[in-house]
Design a protein around this ligand. Structure first.
Ligand SMILES: [Fe+2]
Length: 451
C-alpha cells in the first residue's frame, strides 16, 4: 500500500520550536510520550545535543511515526569505492600544502543512462559525494569536511543519514528535491539547505545532472552570527529560514535501503518500509533552507573594504570565542560606494583557512579563472594582477555587483588538508600562482604621493 501526501509547505524562522501535523491531531496533547499515541504511531525523540546542554543551545525533536527508526536489518559496510574522507591528519589520502590551489568547474555527469545494466554511470547524491578538503575527525567531534557533489540519478527507495555531522548543501547547478523525515524541501541554486546530523533524507534531481558543494561540520550546529554593533537586524534575518512541514508516505512491503555515513565509512541496511513515515513532529532540531537573495548585505559607506566576516550567513562556533569551526560567508549583489579606496578584497594572509566557490556570475577579486562550479583554497592571496591594475586606476563611481552574482566562502580556524581526489582530479589548475606573477613593484623612494 502506498499513500503519499505531496506538498512543499514551509514554516518561517530560525531556531524556533515548531509543531507540524500531516493528519489532524496527530501530535499528542500536552506530553511527548503518551502510553498510546494518536493513530497508533510510535513516539521517537531525535536529539541534536546532549540531554544536559543548556536550554539556549539544547536541540531535539519528537517524531510520531508509523514505525520507529530502529526497525531495520543490520548494517553492512558498502564495498563500492567512494571518495569520502572524514579522518584528516597525517593519513595517506590527505596532503597539507601551503600553496594556493584552484579548481576549474567540476565536470557535470552525463544525463542518466537508460541502460539499466550500467549502474556505474548512474550516480545518486550519496555516491556522487567527493571529499575535497577537511580537518579533524568526527569520532572525536572536531573538524569539518568539504565535499563536491556531482550526481545524475535519484535516490530511488534509498535514504541517507549522516552520523558524522551536519550538512550545509550549496547547490550550484540543478535543483535538489529533498525528502526528509520532517517534510519535503525544494532547493534551487542560490539557496542553501542545512540537514543536521542524523536526519534521514533522499535527494531527487528534477533538472537532471546536478552539481554543488557541501560543508560538513563534525561538532556543534550552525547558528546565526552575533550582530554586535549592527544591532537587532541585518545579514541573514531569522524569518527567512524555512523548515518543512510534516509529510509522510505509507510504503510497506518494499525493498528500502538506509545508507549511513559513520566516521567516513558508508554503511547500508535494508528495511521493508519507507523511513519517511513521520506523520507529525515538534521540536527545534530541524532541516531548513535559506534563499541567499534574502541576505541583507551590510558594508562600508565611507572608505575601505570591510573584513569579509561582515558577510557571514551562518557560523558553527568552536570552543574558542570568535573562532569558527566553519563560517558560511557570501559575496552577493551589492553597491560599492567607498571613496579613495581599493575596493576589491585586499591582499591578505589569514590564520583562518579559506575555501571559496562560485555559484554564478563573476567574483570581484578575480578577472578570470574562477568560474561557477569551480573552487579555490588559499594561503596568502588577493586580487589577481588584472583586477589590481583596474581597481587601482578606475574612477570611483558607485558600482554594483550585479544581481545573480554569488560567490561564497567556507572559512575555518582549522588547517585544511586536501584529499588525494582533490589533488588528482582533472579540474585542478596547474598554474594558479600565475594569477599574481605579473604584480610589479611601483615603489619609488623619492615620491611619497599616493598617485
Ligand atoms: Fe581571503
Amino acid at each position: 500500500m502506498e499513500q503519499k501526501h505531496l506538498e512543499y509547505k514551509y514554516m518561517n524562522g530560525f531556531g524556533n520550536h515548531f509543531s507540524s501535523e500531516a493528519l489532524p491531531d496527530a501530535l499528542p496533547k500536552n506530553q511527548n510520550s503518551p502510553q498510546k499515541c494518536p493513530y497508533g504511531l510510535y513516539a521517537e525523540q531525535l536529539s541534536g545535543t546532549a540531554f544536559t546542554v543548556d536550554r539556549k543551545h539544547n536541540q531535539r525533536s519528537w517524531l510520531y511515526r508509523i514505525r520507529p527508526s530502529v526497525s531495520h536489518k543490520p548494517f553492512t559496510k558498502v564495498a563500492e569505492k567512494t571518495d569520502l574522507v572524514s579522518q584528516f591528519g597525517n593519513t595517506n589520502n590527505v596532503s597539507y600544502i601551503p600553496d594556493q590551489i584552484r579548481w576549474d568547474p567540476f565536470k557535470l555527469l552525463s544525463p542518466l543512462s537508460l541502460e539499466k545494466d550500467i549502474p556505474s554511470q548512474n550516480i545518486n547524491f550519496i555516491y556522487g559525494l567527493h571529499t575535497l578538503a577537511g580537518a579533524g575527525d568526527p569520532s572525536v567531534k572536531n573538524g569539518l569536511a568539504i565535499h563536491i557533489y556531482n550526481a545524475n540519478h535519484d535516490m530511488v527507495d534509498t535514504a541517507f543519514y549522516n552520523s558524522d555531522g551536519d550538512f550545509l548543501i550549496v547547490p550550484q547547478h540543478g535543483r535538489l528535491d529533498i525528502t526528509t523525515e520532517f517534510g519535503r524541501i525544494m532547493v534551487s541554486p542560490c539557496e542553501i539547505v542545512v540537514i543536521p546530523r542524523g536526519i534521514k533524507f533522499a535527494v531527487n534531481l528534477p533538472d537532471g545532472p546536478s552539481r554543488g558543494y557541501v560543508l560538513e561540520v563534525f561538532v556543534g550546529h550552525f547558528e546565526l552570527p552575533d550582530l554586535g554593533p549592527i544591532g537587532a537586524n541585518g545579514l541573514a534575518n531569522p524569518r527567512d529560514f524555512l523548515s518543512p512541514t510534516a509529510f509522510f508516505e505509507e510504503k510497506t512491503n518494499c525493498d528500502y535501503t538506509i545508507m549511513n555515513k559513520y566516521v567516513g565509512q558508508l554503511f547500508a541496511a535494508k528495511q521493508d518500509h519507507s523511513p519517511f513515515d513521520v506523520v507529525a513532529w515538534h521540536g527545534n532540531y530541524v532541516p531548513y533552507k535559506y534563499d541567499l537573495n534574502n541576505f541583507n548585505v551590510i558594508g562600508s559607506i565611507s572608505f575601505d573594504h570591510p573584513d569579509p566576516s561582515i558577510f557571514t550567513v551562518l557560523t558553527c562556533k568552536s570552543a574558542f570565542p570568535g573562532s569558527a569551526i566553519a563560517d558560511f560567508v557570501i559575496f552577493s549583489p551589492r553597491w560599492l560606494v567607498q571613496e579613495h579606496t581599493f575596493r576589491p578584497p585586499y591582499f591578505h594572509r589569514n590564520c583562518m583557512s579559506e575555501f571559496m566557490g562560485l555559484i554564478q556570475g563573476k567574483y570581484d577579486a578575480k578577472a578570470k579563472g574562477f568560474l561557477p562550479g569551480g573552487a579555490s583554497h588559499m594561503t596568502a592571496h588577493g586580487p589577481d594582477t588584472t583586477t589590481f591594475e583596474k581597481a587601482s586606476n578606475e574612477e570611483l563611481k558607485p558600482t554594483r555587483i550585479p544581481d545573480g552574482a554569488i560567490a561564497f566562502m567556507f572559512e575555518s580556524f582549522l588547517m585544511l588538508g586536501i584529499t588525494t581526489w582533490g589533488l588528482s582530479c582533472s579540474e585542478l589548475q596547474k598554474n594558479y600562482n600565475k594569477a599574481w606573477e605579473d604584480l610589479k613593484s611601483y615603489f619609488d623612494p623619492n615620491n611619497c604621493s599616493a598617485n
